[in-house]
Design a protein around this ligand. Sequence first.
Ligand SMILES: C[S@@+](CC[C@H](N)C(=O)[O-])C[C@H]1O[C@@H](n2cnc3c(N)ncnc32)[C@H](O)[C@@H]1O
Length: 229
Amino acid sequence: MTGAGDWRFNRSLPDLDDLERVQIEEFQRFYYDLWRKGGGTYDVSWLGYQTVKTPNDLIVYQEILTQCRPELIVETGTRWGGSALFLASICDLLGSGRVVTVDVEKFENRPEHQRIEYIHGSSTDPAIFAAVKNYAEQSLSVMVILDSDHAEPHVSSELSMYASLVSVGQYLIVEDTNINGHPVRPEFGPGPWEAVERFLGLDGGFVRDSQRERFLVTASPGGFLFRQS
Ligand SMILES: C[S@@+](CC[C@H](N)C(=O)[O-])C[C@H]1O[C@@H](n2cnc3c(N)ncnc32)[C@H](O)[C@@H]1O
């Protein structure tokens, strides 16, 4: 990689000392509260389509796509389609990759793009999963992003199904691990963070990649999982 800075000086969220952690978590709560008031991550768009992403994380996604070049990107939770369009745009620039994205709701005016396939239904419906798996089986390398219903039982179900689609050397990204007090929305109850903890205890094939948290503000702390075996 060229011009990417000196990686020796990068420190990620897990590397912070106690005082730094307090400061960063304070900022994360401040930023997230802006979002809940209608600013923050809801006020992010890509080519005119709204995404529900922290801007830092979009750069991280670009880095992952550039380094790993997945042939297929599976996203659960499409919403307005801005993130699917972002991923497809990076695939355009790289000259490879396509996006299959699943949502239980059909939002109007999602972006049309030759690299995006929309699937309508619940991500954990066996018929929907079978349709996604069919795409995965036709692809040499698969990356998965879980960003639908954030309740722990649903994310755990998704992990038990979709993790198997992820190729060795690719990422499984679990979004919104920051809720339920990690450090935002302490009232949420068990969510993605707890599902990831449970999943990593069961599946030794994935490791957390904390380098993906080096911009310090992310919606996926501990949620960038790299498939190593
Ligand atoms: C946080 S939004 C997704 C944001 C999108 N990934 C982005 O980055 O812009 C969550 C979406 O999950 C969808 N959803 C909720 N439950 C679902 C389920 N069981 N299966 C699939 N999608 C679901 C919601 O309709 C909503 O559009």
